[in-house]
Design a protein around this ligand. Structure first.
Ligand SMILES: Nc1ncnc2c1ncn2[C@@H]1O[C@H](COP(=O)(O)OP(=O)(O)OP(=O)(O)O)[C@@H](O)[C@H]1O
Ligand SMILES: [Mg+2]
Ligand SMILES: [Zn+2]
Length: 508
């Protein structure tokens, strides 16, 4: 007899429906799985055999063919165990077939005992099933949090194969889990343990970080060892605006595919990724035969922090150029072209020279000009260009290091950031971009009106400091953000003046 069960596959970070067709016919005992399965799918046979046998059901000693359709789509992962097992039991008449299965998605890895194990990629698979009009899905109990984020699809969690069998035969139905409201989950996020008020002094660096957060500008922190660069960068996320519902879902899909489960199934905070400087190209941009998203995609809608940036391999850093520009990464494979979202804010940190003390007046720098040049060149010109702000972090003075109760808290700074972001949201509502750092050069004149004095200052600076066209555009975008923090629609002279300060490296 023949039967058909529905399951799902993952391509990139999107789910697509897979028809699990099972045919059991008379003939010499054989068990074949066709339809481009990978090793984990092929090994399904052994798990399914044991799980059925160990729960008192009869495994058919017949000719079994399982076809995973569409056949041109590569199938990866162990979650076809459950649909294959159910298909087998129905096709061999161990269970009576129920029509509701034509509207239900089955996903789950089986242990030899018949326990259902959690799988990667539940969120995109269930989202796709919902789009395709499925009514229900049976998933491993540990995946129920993730699955229940998707609305208008009934999520039936199961811990063991017998629960699924009882549900299908109608002996005991599984109770659906309550849908979780994404907004409620997002609203109940606890505060960060670290805070901006932990940082003493460093007022100009803090101001710069506030500007960066207000327009999503990439920045590079340059300062001597121990000046607090890492400390500043780690607290940057505490002033970023909260994740919107669609952003949270989009980022969660990436974490789901990588199997980095969150407790609620949802990414509730902007990601902050800090890959080590020994990171490979594949770990940064994504890799594998069927590629999985890398660090830059895990940082989607959040921050990628490259601490000690010149220590990264130059070729690894160069791979960031295209995703920084396009906000997504393309990975070509023979079978398919994969695109992963990677819209992240890049923070880099570095010392001014190899010994670290070039800008430190209290200690002599022992580096030769050639060594300094070589060190700086590890970050290429085009990559430097993609940094909107170069922020100099000065060595902290003793009097600044005393605990100060008046240090502003992250919450207060975040309120101003939120106001600036709200202005941008309103202004760019009909555009394909969201933040000032993303204004295309063709639209700068429209969105960055300058008062005459600001225009004059910019022209003077352009001539005197020999800015490139790209640097000029970056100053305009940055000045736009500074004006937004000031709640001004027209960009004033002081806004341009402050923006120019952050392009110091262009002149060196
Ligand atoms: N402004 C500050 N306020 C309070 N503590 C500070 C400040 N700056 C530095 N510190 C202290 O110094 C330590 C080192 O700072 P941090 O690691 O951020 O320096 P860094 O600039 O990243 O140095 P490196 O170049 O060596 O990586 C911090 O853990 C903190 O204890
Ligand atoms: Mg550091
Ligand atoms: Zn030096």
């Amino acid at each position: 007899m023949f039967t058909e069960i529905y399951s799902s596959s993952i391509t990139g970070i999107e789910g697509s429906i897979v028809h699990v067709e099972v045919d059991v016919s008379n003939g010499l005992p054989a068990f074949a799985i066709v339809g481009l399965p990978d090793n984990a799918v092929r090994e399904s046979k052994e798990r399914v055999f044991s799980a059925i046998k160990n729960n008192g059901y009869i495994f058919p000693m017949k000719r079994i063919t399982v076809n995973l359709a569409p056949a041109d789509l590569k199938k990866e992962g162990p979650w076809y165990d459950l649909p294959i097992a159910m298909g087998l039991l129905i096709a061999s008449k161990e269970l009576s077939h129920q029509s509701f299965l034509s509207n239900t998605l089955l996903i789950g890895e089986l242990s030899l005992k018949g326990d259902l194990r959690p799988v990667k990629g539940i969120l995109p698979m269930i989202l796709n099933a919902q789009n395709q009009g499925f009514d229900a899905c049976i998933v491993p109990i540990e995946n129920q949090g993730e699955a229940s984020l998707v609305d208008s699809i009934s999520v039936l969690p199961a811990a063991h194969i017998t629960q699924v069998i009882d549900h299908i035969t109608g002996t005991k139905k599984i109770t659906p889990v309550k849908e979780s409201s994404i907004q409620t989950v997002l609203d109940s996020v606890p505060c960060y343990s670290e805070d901006f008020s932990d940082i003493s002094g460093q007022h100009s660096a803090k101001r710069a970080l506030e500007i960066a957060a207000s327009g999503f500008h990439n920045f590079l922190l340059i300062g001597p060892p121990g000046s607090g660069k890492t400390m500043l960068a780690k607290r940057f996320r505490t002033i970023l605006p909260a994740l919107a519902k669609d952003e949270a879902l989009e980022t969660s899909k990436i974490y789901s595919v990588r199997g980095l489960f969150q407790q609620s199934g949802l990414m509730t905070r902007r990601p902050f990724r800090t890959p080590h400087h020994t990171a490979s190209k594949a770990s940064l941009i994504g890799g594998g035969l069927l590629p999985k998203p890398g660090e830059i995609s895990l940082a989607h809608n959040g921050v990628l922090f490259l601490d000690e940036m010149p220590e990264f391999q130059k070729s690894v850093l160069e791979t960031l150029r295209q995703p920084l520009e396009e906000k997504k990464v393309h990975l070509a494979r023979a079978s398919h072209h994969f695109i992963f979202p990677s819209s992240f804010l890049l923070i880099g940190s570095m010392n001014p020279c190899p010994c670290g003390y070039w800008t430190d007046e209290s200690r002599p720098c022992r580096c030769s000009p050639f060594q300094i040049q070589q060190y700086r060149q590890r970050i290429s010109g085009p990559l430097h260009d993609r940094m909107d702000m170069h922020i100099t972090v000065q060595k902290i003075r003793f009097q600044d290091l005393q605990p100060d109760l008046n240090n502003e808290k992250s919450d207060a700074i975040k309120k101003r950031v939120d106001c600036a972001i709200a202005l941008q949201k309103k202004r760019y509502i009909k555009e394909g971009f969201r933040y000032n750092s993303e204004i295309p050069s063709t639209k700068l004149s429209r969105y960055c009106p300058l008062e005459p004095a600001a225009q004059f200052l910019l022209k003077e600076a352009f001539d005197k400091l020999a800015f490139s066209a790209r640097a000029y555009h970056k100053i305009l975008r940055l000045a736009r953000t500074i004006a937004d923090l000031d709640q001004k629609e027209t960009i004033l002279e002081q806004h341009v003046g402050e923006a120019i300060q952050y392009r110091g490296q262009d002149q060196e």
